[in-house]
Design a binder for this molecule. Structure first.
Ligand SMILES: *[C@@H]1O[C@H](CO)[C@@H](O)[C@H](O)[C@H]1NC(C)=O
Ligand SMILES: *[C@@H]1O[C@H](CO)[C@@H](O)[C@H](O)[C@H]1NC(C)=O
Ligand SMILES: *[C@@H]1O[C@H](CO)[C@@H](O)[C@H](O)[C@H]1NC(C)=O
Ligand SMILES: *[C@@H]1O[C@H](CO)[C@@H](O)[C@H](O)[C@H]1NC(C)=O
Ligand SMILES: *[C@@H]1O[C@H](CO)[C@@H](O)[C@H](O)[C@H]1NC(C)=O
Ligand SMILES: *[C@@H]1O[C@H](CO)[C@@H](O)[C@H](O)[C@H]1NC(C)=O
Ligand SMILES: *[C@@H]1O[C@H](CO)[C@@H](O)[C@H](O)[C@H]1NC(C)=O
Ligand SMILES: *[C@@H]1O[C@H](CO)[C@@H](O)[C@H](O)[C@H]1NC(C)=O
Ligand SMILES: *[C@@H]1O[C@H](CO)[C@@H](O)[C@H](O)[C@H]1NC(C)=O
Ligand SMILES: *[C@@H]1O[C@H](CO)[C@@H](O)[C@H](O)[C@H]1NC(C)=O
Ligand SMILES: *[C@@H]1O[C@H](CO)[C@@H](O)[C@H](O)[C@H]1NC(C)=O
Ligand SMILES: *[C@@H]1O[C@H](CO)[C@@H](O)[C@H](O)[C@H]1NC(C)=O
Length: 786
């Protein structure tokens, strides 16, 4: 207690004296001196270094730089000394240490390791050459290491500012590499380790290999692989499946390319063993799938199919004309559009839609043109349909004139039930079913009141306007009951609701009020009573015909036939029979032919080849050595010939006698040895036996007598007939007589004789004129010849 009181008292004394000597306060910090801390005259801000006591009048201890103002306890030593608590009695002794509390508080910049009194200098590679107490620091450029005491690769020298030979090299001088960057080797670190090395390689480049690599330096790929990482398999075109590092190899046959990766021209497939399609342009195809660009006559992905219209191994034969696809010239598989049949020779019906029909039978495959139906579209739709179902001609698909429904019975603008097709309500703004939905307010001049309609095509009805009947001419009317301009053809009545044909079946246009017919059906015309009567054909002779049937009553004009003469005769006929057209006269200048249609040529053997156009009888007789009406028989060869003269007459009788050894009118019999009576001998046949000769003689005599008698009998008509037989005549009287009788039997009237004389004037020829007109046949002579 006392020890505290005494300095306090001393202090009080001193303070009491400060007033009177201001100079005592000269050690005050900032020279501020006043009444503080309960003292008068004390240093407010403390003391200058080395002093203490309220008025800073006392010195701190030696080597102490700063001590407590009140107690003088040393707080900071003077530089070069340390341990204030120890009166700063120790002098500092380490150059690189900061020394105040201890002999080495911490290291000065540029040094480190307090524990060793900072005797280590920081590396030159440290930024500002400062480092942590363990020497570590942040490095300036080109330095590395914990303490930045090493150069980065590629640099050397104290300041790491010299270049090694390359950046992979850690060196001591430019060429003395002592370490290489990972992945490099050789004395100058100029070689890189193979990529096949699992990690770094040694100085020789040796290393352990990744799985894909092989070789001491792992520089090769395992067999069968190539590429930077040896992961690419060699192509399958490589022999033995092995290739060089870049993939090149020796190729198997059919392969080509640096890596044998493609096929030689003309091949494809994994093994290049498939030939490209025959149709590939340039024989080139895609290696993988064989696809290619086809020649014009091939198709298909690999061009191995003949194009449409071609066939054959090389697809260079043309299918037949209308065949679209074939396997041979005989076997057409598909026809060109519009044709069908085995050889596509038939044309699809024009009624087939798109002209498409099936090859077999011409059945339309895409349906029919409007109006046609059935499998081959060769039937007509029910006339009410515009188009109909192909399988049901009465099932309409579309209708004319706004009608609708499967039977086209649904009126325009009507809503119909499907089955009945009866109007069941109006649509499209139309109204009034009883007027068949033909009324619509849109036809009104004023929609609300509808006082009148747009024009004469409509009439007003119960506040709306309805279309006039189509039977009204131009569809115009005044009212429902009165057409404006009369009726359309075929209708009559004020409202044109009646049909003309109801009172005259053949009338197609009649008066509206009075019922006279104006125009009749073709073939009819209004007669004086304005009733339709049959019109006679122009080809009726005199234009007269039956009013009902039209049959021409007086036959036909030339060149026509038929009951109403509407058929033409055959072109080579001038006239023909009305009932069946059989030719009655051949056309002018066609006397060279005859028959029903003047189609048969006159016989070549007619003189001038002229004949009667109905019968074929030669008009000017026969040429030499022919006979009969049509001169179609040759004179017997047994007749004797005279120069420039015919051998026989029109009946085949020899005119100049017989050739030697023959006899008879037609020289048909052979003579026996010429020894008997000349006149009789001619009649008696050659070597006939005695009995026959006798019988013959008797017959001849009888006949002779008979003839003689008859001749006398017939005297009155003799002149005409005699004329007929008066020509040069090789026959005996008996011959003539016999023959004459035959002729008379056939022409047993005087008409025959008359005809002869008439004919006689006009005929000319080498032949016996009289005979030419006589109707007969050869049989007559055969009988006579015996
Ligand atoms: C060195 O000292 C620094 C700073 O004290 C520290 O971050 C670093 O880890 C130390 N290094 C070693 C190797 O002890
Ligand atoms: C580099 O250092 C090596 C080894 O110390 C020495 O043999 C060589 O001569 C030096 N080269 C140069 C150019 O200093
Ligand atoms: C080789 O392997 C490396 C690393 O796996 C990869 O990045 C590179 O693309 C590969 N190269 C080839 C050519 O496969
Ligand atoms: C393929 O292998 C056989 C047998 O191993 C060898 O004789 C031949 O030389 C090899 N061919 C090539 C091109 O490598
Ligand atoms: C090469 O291709 C042809 C077909 O053009 C084939 O017959 C032959 O076998 C192929 N050769 C080989 C070795 O595959
Ligand atoms: C054909 O169509 C009509 C109208 O639709 C129908 O009445 C008839 O039953 C149909 N006939 C057949 C065989 O389907
Ligand atoms: C009447 O009007 C209708 C509708 O505008 C029209 O189609 C028709 O041609 C017209 N008729 C006459 C005769 O002007
Ligand atoms: C006329 O029109 C009135 C009102 O629109 C309607 O009630 C009446 O049934 C119609 N008469 C005829 C005959 O359509
Ligand atoms: C001639 O009329 C009849 C019936 O009048 C007819 O059958 C025939 O086809 C018509 N012939 C010609 C060629 O017009
Ligand atoms: C034509 O009619 C005539 C006379 O009725 C008859 O003689 C002739 O045989 C008929 N012709 C044919 C080819 O029917
Ligand atoms: C053809 O013969 C017939 C029948 O004998 C006869 O009516 C007709 O007048 C003859 N025609 C000519 C051109 O002589
Ligand atoms: C037969 O006719 C030819 C010419 O028509 C004539 O030259 C010849 O003299 C005639 N012969 C006799 C025997 O009349």
């Amino acid at each position: 207690m006392d020890s505290v009181k005494i300095p306090f008292l001393l202090l009080m004394l001193l303070l009491a004296k400060c007033d009177s000597c201001p100079g005592r306060c000269q050690c005050c910090l900032n020279d501020i001196c006043g009444d503080y801390f309960g003292y008068n005259q004390a240093c407010k801000d403390g003391c200058k270094n080395g002093y203490y006591q309220p008025r800073c009048m006392w010195l701190c201890s030696e080597h102490c730089q700063y001590c407590g103002q009140m107690d003088g306890v040393c707080l900071i030593c003077q530089p070069g000394f340390y341990a204030p608590s120890d009166e700063c009695s120790n002098a500092c002794e380490y150059r690189n240490c900061a020394c105040a509390q201890t002999d080495c508080d911490y290291c000065l910049d540029g040094f480190y390791d307090v524990s060793q009194h900072c005797n280590s200098a920081c590396s030159k590679g440290c930024i500002e050459e400062k480092c942590n107490d363990n020497g570590s620091c942040d490095c300036v450029e080109y330095f590395k290491g914990n303490t930045c005491d090493m150069c980065v690769l590629g640099k050397y020298g104290e300041l790491c500012n010299n270049d090694c030979i390359n950046d992979n090299c850690g060196c001591t001088n430019s060429t003395n590499c002592i370490s290489c960057k990972a992945g490099y080797f050789s004395s100058l670190c100029s070689k890189s380790c193979s990529v096949g090395c699992k990690n770094i390689c040694n100085n020789e480049g040796h290393c352990s290999c990744h799985s894909q690599f092989t070789g001491s330096n792992c520089e090769n790929c395992k067999p069968g692989y190539y590429g930077d990482n040896c992961t690419t398999p060699c192509t399958n075109g490589c022999i033995n499946g092995t290739c060089n590092r870049d993939g090149t190899c020796d190729c198997l046959s059919n392969f080509t390319g640096a890596r044998c990766e493609t096929c030689v021209v003309g091949h494809y497939g994994d093994s290049c063993d498939k030939p490209c399609g025959l149709g590939c342009t340039g024989n080139i195809c895609n290696k993988d799938d064989g696809t290619c660009i086809c020649e014009y006559n091939y198709k298909g992905a690999i061009c191995d199919i003949c194009n449409d219209g071609y066939f054959g191994i090389y697809c260079n034969s043309f299918c037949p004309d209308r065949c679209y696809k074939c396997s041979s010239i005989e076997n057409c598989l598909a026809c060109k559009e519009g044709f069908f049949g085995l050889d596509c020779t038939h044309q699809c019906s024009a009624n087939c839609l798109g002209s498409h029909c099936d090859k077999c039978c011409g059945l339309c495959t895409d349906g029919c043109m409007d109006g046609f139906t059935a499998a081959a579209c060769n039937d007509k739709c029910d006339s009410i349909c515009k188009a109909c179902s192909q399988t049901n001609s009465t099932h309409c698909l579309s209708c004319f004139g706004g009608y609708s429904g499967p039977s086209c019975k649904c009126l325009p603008n009507c809503q119909c039930e499907l089955n009945s097709e009866a109007c069941n309500g109006c649509t499209n703004g139309f109204e009034i079913e009883s007027k068949y939905c033909k009324c619509n307010k849109k036809y009104c001049v004023d929609y609300l009141n509808c006082p009148s309609c747009l024009n004469d095509s409509f009439y007003t009805y119960n506040g709306t306007c309805c279309e006039c009947s189509t039977n009204c001419r131009n569809g115009q009317c005044v009212s429902e009951d009165q057409c404006l301009n009369g009726c359309e053809d075929g209708y009559t009545g004020a409202d044109c609701a009646d049909l003309c044909i109801d009172y005259d079946v053949n009338c197609i246009k009649c008066g509206q009020v009075e019922r006279y017919c104006v125009i009749c059906e073709s073939g009819f015309s209004p007669n004086t009573e304005s009733v339709c009567a049959r019109q006679c054909s122009d080809t009726c002779f005199n234009k007269e015909c039956d009013a009902k049937t039209g049959q021409c009553l007086q036959g036909c004009n030339e060149r026509y036939w038929g009951h109403n003469c509407n058929n033409s005769c055959h072109p080579s006929c001038i006239s023909c029979l009305q009932e069946n057209g059989t030719c009655t006269r051949c056309a002018n200048n066609s006397l060279i032919s005859f028959g029903d249609h003047c189609a048969t040529q006159c016989s070549e053997t007619c003189v001038n080849k002229l004949c009667n156009d109905t019968t074929g009888q030669c008009l000017q007789g026969c040429i030499r050595n022919f006979y009969a009406d049509k001169c179609d028989l040759e004179c017997p060869s047994t007749c004797a010939s005279e120069p420039n003269k015919t051998r026989c007459d029109n009946y085949g009788r020899c005119l100049h006698g017989c050739r030697e050894g023959y006899k008879g009118i037609t020289c048909a019999s052979a003579t026996s040895t010429p020894k008997s009576d000349a006149s009789v001998g001619k009649l008696i046949g050659g070597t006939v036996g005695g009995a026959i000769t006798i019988v013959s003689v008797v017959i001849v005599i009888v006949v002779f007598l008979y003839m003689k008698r008859r001749k006398l009998h017939k005297k009155p008509s003799e002149s005409g007939n005699q004329r007929a037989f008066r020509n040069p005549n090789p026959f005996t009287i008996e011959d003539q007589e016999m023959h004459y009788q035959q002729l008379s039997n056939r022409h047993n009237t005087t008409a025959g004789a008359q005809q002869l004389s008439v004919r006689h004037n006009t005929t000319a020829g080498v032949q016996d004129e009289a005979y030419t007109e006589l109707q007969t046949n050869n049989m007559d002579y055969e009988l006579l010849d015996i």
